[in-house]
Structures are given as structure tokens and as C-alpha cells.
Design a protein around this ligand. Structure first.
Ligand SMILES: Cc1ncc(COP(=O)(O)O)c(C=O)c1O
Length: 421
């Protein structure tokens, strides 16, 4: 069972909305830091352990700075994410650049920053060499195909567009070795939002064995394996969080057997989680704007799927609490909707919540990863502000809400006067 607790009471939140109108995302610094320390502690047995925070999950410099202070690097997937990482002072091999279908200018920026470049395809070896030159350290992304079952969210590995096949991996490292590359890493990511801890232990096993085979066949040594991100979070009350300590211990035992026992060079264990790092510590706060009763009951919020698209996109469950009504019976069955002209713009369908009133404050939980960052502007909707609840209780705005001027900033009005907003 998981608990869904919002770190402010109704009065504190009402007072906050006088400074920052709803909707907004708010992140809990204390929760993020404590969780980061828990993750590191679970893998402290591995001196080379490093978590590279998947910037795409929550690309905000304040959050990235907190995570940098906790010793995390950045997993970047694009030029802007590399710039953000550089801006907060996470550079060099504290960045892993895991991209796909990558343009040359992105590889050039990654190389300029000294980031670890993680290649998605065997053809990218030549591309990288031709466009920017090969760095001394290269990582390749493995797609195990039918050798590993995917999970429900990411799908079957053989259907995925990511990574090298096993045969390509041997060939790719051979090419890299023959071209003079001296330092190597191995990466895979085959799960998303996975709550079964043994899945990550098996992934590490797969990579440890492969490191042994690649070393034996090619005479190259590996510095690290990266088991990717994908650790899930308990979105539903009945879900159990992944037992990080058990995963750490399971991987440690395999490491003893497959790396130490086989006298391979010590390996750093790397991860690039996003969701489990900030997800549970971010909340979308919204207000009830309308109640509607037709063939069903609808509760309309002042947020919509541009603020959090996971429910509409994947039918994902996000727990909802009505602040100040936490102990009331859940006897109001409704769809909780946003204002987009899309019928799937619903945060919840047939959800039992307390009797709500117009003006009530509603908190949508677990919105701290792949939440604000997946936002968009369809229907001319504007993305909300992001706030940070500091450990001392102060709240700071870490991204302002978009304005209509922002929205129109890239439009060419063709010589016509832009209208007043
Ligand atoms: C290559 C890569 N690494 C890491 C992540 C982060 O995954 P998660 O947020 O599920 O941990 C993603 C997510 O899409 C990804 O594509």
C-alpha cells in the first residue's frame, strides 16, 4: 500500500494560491532529497555507482541543482537538455547523452561538454566519427530483442526502435576498438514504470554476463554498465514501491559472481531514472471550476491535459485528493475533466471522490515526473507555473506560467498589427 500525502494543509495552500493562481505544479524538496539519499544508499556497495537523473522527466534547473547537490548526474536526450545541464554545472562524464535519431549538432554539443555519448545504433559510429570525431569513451545501447521480455509500458524490445541487436553490439565494439576507442560502457533500458524489483536485478545480470562475453571476445574492458531508468512509482494506493534495498542487494550478489568472481575489471553501476526520483514529490494543484450533470457527473478543473497528459494519453491513474476533505466519504462518482476540446481530457474516469464544491482545491498526486515536461499548447492552452516547497517551508516560483505573449511569440502576423492582449 502506498500513502498519498500532500505536504501542506488546506489553509496553507489557500494562502499560497493568493500569490500563485491555480493551476500550478509544486515540488517537495525534502521528499526529493530524502528519496535521492535512499537510492544512493541502496547501491553504496558499488564505488562507481551513479544515478544520472533523466532530465526529460522534470527539466527545471532548481530541481537539477538539488539533484546535483545529492551527487546525481544528468541523462540528457537533446540539445536543450544538454544546455540545461551545463547551466547547472553538471558537465563532463556526469552527463550521459542517451539520444536517438540524433542530429550532428547534438553530438557536437555532447562532445564539447565531455559527456558520455551513448550510441543508439551501429551506423552512428561512422556518423559520429565523420561529424564530430570519436571521443575516447563510448557507450552503446543494447536492445536484447526476444532475449528479454519487455514490460507492459515499454512494450517488447524487438518492437522498440532503440539500441543495437546483440550481433551488432559485438560488431560495434569491434569497430570502436579498431578505430582506437579505449574506454567503454554498456547500456540498456527495457522497462518503464516497472514496479517489480526483480526486473532490474535481471537486467543487471544480462549486462554483467554480456560484459564478460564482450571482454572475452574482443579483449576490451568496460568501465560501467547502465541499467537505464524505468523504476516505477506506486501511482495507485494498492501499489507497492520498488524495494530499492532488495534490488541493490540482488545486484550486489550478481556483481560478486559475474564481475568479481570472473576477475573482470571493477564496474561502475549506473542508472538513469527520472520518474522515481521526482515523480512522487510533485503535485498538480487545481481548483474546481464547474460541476456538470448529464448522463454522468463531471467535475471540471482549471487544469487540463496540457498540465498533465498521462491520464489522457495512457489512461494512467493519478490519485486525486480534495484538500480539507481527506476524511470525508468517497461517495461522489464522477469524471474529473479539463477544458480541452478532446473528450479524453480527463484526469479520472468514474472516480470516487468526496462531495466536491465549486472552488475546492484539488491535488493530483505523482505529477513530479513526465508531468509538466510533457505539456503542450494545443487549443491555445498555456502551461502552468512550477513552484518549489523548500525544506524550510518557503515556497519559490521556479518557472512562471506561460502567458499569451509567450504563446504568440513565434507567430508572424504577416505585417498585421499583433493584437493587444
Ligand atoms: C533513455 C531513457 N533513459 C531514462 C529514462 C527515464 O525513465 P524513467 O523516468 O521511467 O525512469 C527514459 C524515459 O523515457 C529514457 O528514454
Amino acid at each position: 500500500m502506498s500513502e498519498k500525502i500532500f505536504p501542506m494543509n488546506k489553509d496553507q495552500l489557500e494562502a499560497l494560491t493568493e500569490r500563485f493562481p491555480t493551476p500550478f505544479h509544486i515540488y517537495d524538496e525534502r521528499g526529493i532529497r530524502e528519496n535521492a539519499r535512499r537510492l544512493k544508499a541502496a547501491f553504496a556497495w558499488n564505488p562507481g555507482f551513479k544515478e544520472y537523473f533523466a532530465v526529460k522527466a522534470a527539466p527545471n534547473p532548481y530541481l537539477m541543482k538539488i539533484l546535483k547537490e545529492e551527487g546525481f548526474g544528468s541523462d540528457c536526450s537533446s540539445y536543450p537538455e544538454l544546455l540545461l545541464s551545463e547551466n547547472v554545472g553538471v558537465v563532463g562524464e556526469d552527463i550521459i547523452f542517451t539520444s536517438n535519431d540524433t542530429p550532428a549538432y547534438e553530438y557536437a554539443k555532447a562532445k564539447e561538454l565531455g559527456a558520455i555519448i551513448n550510441l543508439d545504433d551501429i551506423t552512428h559510429i561512422q556518423y559520429l566519427e565523420d561529424e564530430v570525431g570519436l571521443p575516447e569513451l563510448v557507450c552503446c545501447r543494447y536492445n536484447p530483442g526476444s532475449l528479454k521480455a519487455g514490460n507492459a509500458i515499454i512494450g517488447h524490445p524487438e518492437e522498440a526502435k532503440y539500441g543495437f541487436t546483440r550481433k551488432q553490439l559485438f560488431e560495434g565494439y569491434r569497430i570502436l576498438r579498431n578505430k582506437g576507442v579505449k574506454r567503454f560502457g554498456l547500456h540498456t533500458m527495457v522497462a518503464s514504470n516497472e514496479l517489480e524489483g526483480s526486473y532490474f536485478v535481471e537486467t543487471a545480470h544480462l549486462l554483467f554476463e554480456l560484459v564478460g562475453e564482450l571482454t572475452a571476445e574482443l579483449g576490451i574492458e568496460f568501465e560501467f554498465v547502465n541499467i537505464g531508468g524505468g523504476i516505477g512509482i506506486p501511482y495507485k494506493l494498492e501499489d507497492e514501491a520498488v524495494d530499492l534495498e532488495a534490488v541493490g542487494e540482488g545486484i550486489r550478489k550478481l556483481y560478486e559472481e559475474w564481475i568479481i568472481g570472473k576477475r573482470l575489471k571493477p564496474l561502475g553501476l549506473r542508472m538513469e531514472c527520472g520518474r522515481m526520483v521526482t515523480g512522487p514529490y510533485g503535485y498538480l494543484v487545481s481548483r474546481v471550476l464547474h460541476k456538470k450533470n448529464t448522463y454522468k457527473q463531471f467535475v471540471g478543473l482549471d487544469a487540463c491535459m496540457v498540465n498533465l497528459m498521462r491520464p489522457a494519453m495512457y489512461g494512467a491513474y493519478h490519485h486525486i485528493t480534495v484538500l480539507g476533505k481527506e476524511s470525508m466519504p468517497l461517495d461522489y462518482i464522477c469524471d474529473v475533466t479539463g477544458s480541452l476540446c478532446e473528450n479524453n481530457d480527463k484526469f479520472a474516469i468514474d472516480r470516487a471522490i468526496p462531495q466536491v464544491d465549486i472552488g475546492d482545491l484539488v491535488v493530483i498526486h505523482d505529477a513530479g515526473a513526465h508531468g509538466h515536461s510533457m505539456g503542450f499548447n494545443y487549443n491555445g492552452k498555456l502551461r502552468s507555473a512550477e513552484l518549489l516547497l523548500r525544506e524550510d517551508g518557503e515556497v519559490v516560483q521556479i518557472r512562471r506560467a506561460e502567458t499569451v505573449e509567450d504563446h504568440f511569440a513565434t507567430l508572424d502576423f504577416g505585417g498585421l498589427k499583433s493584437f493587444e492582449v
